[in-house]
Ligand binder design. Structure first.
Ligand SMILES: C[S@@+](CC[C@H](N)C(=O)[O-])C[C@H]1O[C@@H](n2cnc3c(N)ncnc32)[C@H](O)[C@@H]1O
Length: 285
C-alpha cells in the first residue's frame, strides 16, 4: 500500500503517472521525446523555420508592448525569443529539450542577439533559474501540450512572474481544426493527450479568467514566402494583467482597477477579497 500524496507536487506527479508510459511530453522525462523531434532539422515542420509568429510581430510593431522583459515558454529552436531580443526585449527563454536549445543558441549567435536560455521544466525552474516580473510572457505551442492538472502550475507561473499591467500571449490548437477534443477527464481515462489539446474560446477564457482578454482570434495563415509564421489551426490570444491599484489610502474611493491574479482571485483594488483564489486561500501572488 502506498500513501504518497502530501503536497500539491505529489498530486501533480500522481496525475502525471496516470498517463501511459511514453506519453509524457511536459516534464523533464518528456525531454527525450522532444530531442528526437528536433534531431533532424531538415524535416518540413512549419515551426522549424526561423520566422516569428505573425500575431507577435503585429503586437510589437503596433507598439502595443513598449519593450521590457519577456519570457518565452517552451521556446523550441527560439524563433520568437530571437525576434523579441532583436526588437530590444531582454529575453529569457525556456524549453525541456537540450536539442532545441542547442539549435536556438546557434541561431542567437548567428543573429548576434542575446537571449537567456534555460533548459528544463519551465514550471519547476521559474523562480529558481529565471524570475519575473516580465512585461510579456509568450507561449507559442507549449500550453496545449500540458495535461489538465499542469494548468495549475502554468497559472501559478503567471501569478508569480507576469508583471502587473504585463501581457500574456499564446498560440494554441483551435478546437475543430487541430488537437484532441476529449474532455479533461477522458484524457486521463485514455491515458494520453493525442498530440495536444484543442481549446475553444470559452475554454481559454475559463482558464485565463484572471486576466483581461484583449484579443482572441485565429492565427492568420501565412504563405510560404512570408517572413512570418502563421497557421489558421491555431488560436492567437492576447491577455493583460490588471495594473495595481493607485495608493489612495481608501480603495473604496480610489477608482483603481482591481488587481486580479491570473488564477482569478482579486488581490487588490476595489474588489479585493470578493473572489476566492482557486485554491480557496484568497491570497495573491
Ligand atoms: C510545439 S513546440 C513549440 C516550440 C516553439 N515555441 C515554437 O513555436 O517554435 C512545444 C515546445 O514546448 C516545450 N515544452 C513542453 N513542455 C514544457 C515544459 N514543461 N517546460 C518547458 N518547455 C516545455 C517542448 O520541449 C517543445 O519544444
Amino acid at each position: 500500500m502506498d500513501r504518497t500524496v502530501r503536497t500539491v507536487d505529489d498530486v501533480m506527479r500522481l496525475l502525471d503517472g496516470l498517463f501511459a508510459s511514453g506519453a509524457d511530453r511536459w516534464t523533464r522525462e518528456g525531454a527525450t521525446w522532444w530531442d528526437e523531434f528536433y534531431a533532424d532539422r531538415s524535416r518540413p515542420v512549419p515551426f522549424f523555420a526561423a520566422k516569428p509568429d505573425e500575431n507577435l510581430v503585429g503586437l510589437v510593431e503596433r507598439g502595443g508592448l513598449g519593450g521590457g522583459r519577456a519570457l518565452d515558454l517552451g521556446c523550441g529552436p527560439g524563433r520568437n525569443a530571437l525576434y523579441l531580443a532583436g526588437r530590444g526585449f531582454e529575453v529569457d527563454a525556456v524549453d525541456l529539450s537540450p536539442a532545441a536549445l542547442t539549435w536556438a543558441g546557434e541561431r542567437a549567435r548567428a543573429a548576434g542577439v542575446r537571449v537567456g536560455f534555460h533548459q528544463g521544466d519551465a514550471f519547476a525552474l521559474a523562480g529558481e533559474e529565471f524570475a519575473g516580473p516580465y512585461d510579456l510572457v509568450y507561449d507559442s505551442g507549449c500550453f496545449h501540450h500540458l495535461p489538465p492538472h499542469r494548468r495549475v502550475g502554468y497559472l501559478d507561473l503567471l501569478d508569480r512572474h507576469l508583471a502587473p499591467g504585463g501581457h500574456f500571449a499564446l498560440t494554441c490548437f483551435a478546437a475543430g481544426a487541430m488537437g484532441s477534443e476529449l474532455s479533461d477527464a477522458d484524457l486521463y481515462r485514455e491515458r494520453r493527450l493525442h498530440g495536444g489539446l484543442a481549446y475553444t474560446p470559452a475554454s481559454l477564457r475559463h482558464v485565463f479568467a484572471g486576466l483581461t482578454e484583449i484579443e482572441l482570434r485565429r492565427m492568420r495563415e501565412e504563405p510560404p514566402e512570408s517572413p512570418y509564421f502563421g497557421e489558421a489551426f491555431l488560436w492567437a490570444g492576447l491577455f493583460r494583467r490588471a495594473q495595481p491599484a493607485r495608493d489612495s489610502g481608501d480603495p473604496e474611493v480610489s477608482g483603481a482597477e482591481e488587481v486580479v491574479s491570473p488564477a482569478g482571485s482579486v488581490v487588490g483594488g476595489r474588489g479585493a477579497g470578493r473572489v476566492e483564489a482557486l485554491d480557496g486561500s484568497g491570497t495573491g501572488p
